[in-house]
Design a binder for this molecule. Structure first.
Ligand code: RIB
Length: 311
């Protein structure tokens, strides 16, 4: 039975590459276009399956449309070994898409049109009890309806799973959702949004202080994802997470890969410090390849990178 369960979005990413993103009213020529499987939920499931030592340990629940994008997204996950039995089809709404602009420096901007990701029906919600039955680690993000996320987190908790909530894309969250998170993993802008601040938490003080304030909102543990600055963990113990020096070509889904790798390492019995190091390495590697699911590193690549780096 899958030990890692992911409830979340599946999007077809429509990726445009450009030297520099246009300002409002400006037209520029891009130099590449691709359709790449994405969606924060699907990216986490896909990366977890690539990183897990044991096959068959990852399952996903989500919604796609009854269309070719939906079929392609499901088959890509299945090819990586993700159980997609609980990815169901909406009759009314097309599969979600994301338009992604990637600049030559690797920076991206994303617009998501949620489509079927927001079209949950009572039958799909009813399946959540059996979906989480054997879950040890349950992963969530914010590209599905908040009431479904809340319900699913409560079910996962009751089943004994450790819940990991990635509060992305950034939005304020009520305490009843934050209290269901065993681990909250915001980046610096998501953390700022949760704390009612503008911009990045690092504009308002240090990471340690932000993590302390986030914990006071109700979540048990916090892992701040700080991109090229690494991260910061606050739980029963506290420690900074060292970044890995890479030259990024595309940062899309680096945060998703981080969460996937963290869950995989914890599910294999790693201590939190060791799991954070594994996650930081996998996320760094993902930025060296273009695309969302296309950039998820394998277990062999990640292990080799870590042992090369520690030599
Ligand atoms: O985190 C990256 C993802 O955000 C993309 O794959 C896109 O689909 C959006 O959901």
């Amino acid at each position: 039975m899958p030990a890692i369960t992911v409830l979340g979005s599946l999007n077809m990413d429509l990726v445009v590459r450009v030297a520099s993103a246009p300002s409002p009213g400006q037209t520029v020529l891009g130099h590449g276009f691709e359709m790449i499987p994405g969606g924060k939920g699907a990216n986490q499931a896909y990366a977890a399956a690539r990183l897990a030592k044991q096959s068959g340990s990852v399952a996903m629940a989500g919604r796609v449309g009854a269309d070719s994008f939906g079929e392609r997204l499901k088959s890509n996950l299945a090819a990586a070994g993700v159980d997609v039995t609980h990815v169901s089809s909406s009759k009314n709404t097309p599969t979600g898409i994301a338009t992604i602009t990637v600049e030559d420096g690797g920076q991206n901007s994303i617009i998501v049109v949620s489509g079927a990701n927001f079209d949950w029906d009572p039958a799909s919600e009813a399946e959540l009890e059996s979906f989480f039955a054997a879950s040890k680690f349950a992963l969530f993000q914010l590209e599905t309806p908040l009431p479904v996320i809340g319900k699913a987190m409560a079910i996962a908790r009751a089943a004994g799973a450790f819940t990991i909530l990635d509060p992305a894309p950034a939005q304020p969250l009520p305490p009843e959702i934050l209290e269901l998170a065993d681990l909250l993993t915001p980046n610096e802008t998501e953390a700022a949004m949760l704390l009612g601040l503008t911009g990045s938490i690092l504009d308002h003080g240090d990471a340690e202080e932000a993590a302390r304030r986030l914990r006071r909102l109700g979540t048990r543990n916090v892992m701040l994802k700080l991109g090229k600055n690494g991260g910061y963990y606050l739980g029963a113990e506290a420690f900074p997470v060292a970044p890995f020096p890479v030259t990024p070509v595309d940062t899309t889904a680096a945060g998703d890969t981080f969460n996937a790798a963290l869950a995989v390492a914890l599910s294999e019995g790693a201590a939190i410090q060791q799991a954070a190091r594994f996650a930081s390495a996998a996320a760094a590697l993902s930025t060296t390849k273009p695309g969302a699911q296309t950039s998820a590193p394998s277990r062999a690549e990640t292990d080799a990178y870590l042992s090369e780096y520690t030599r």
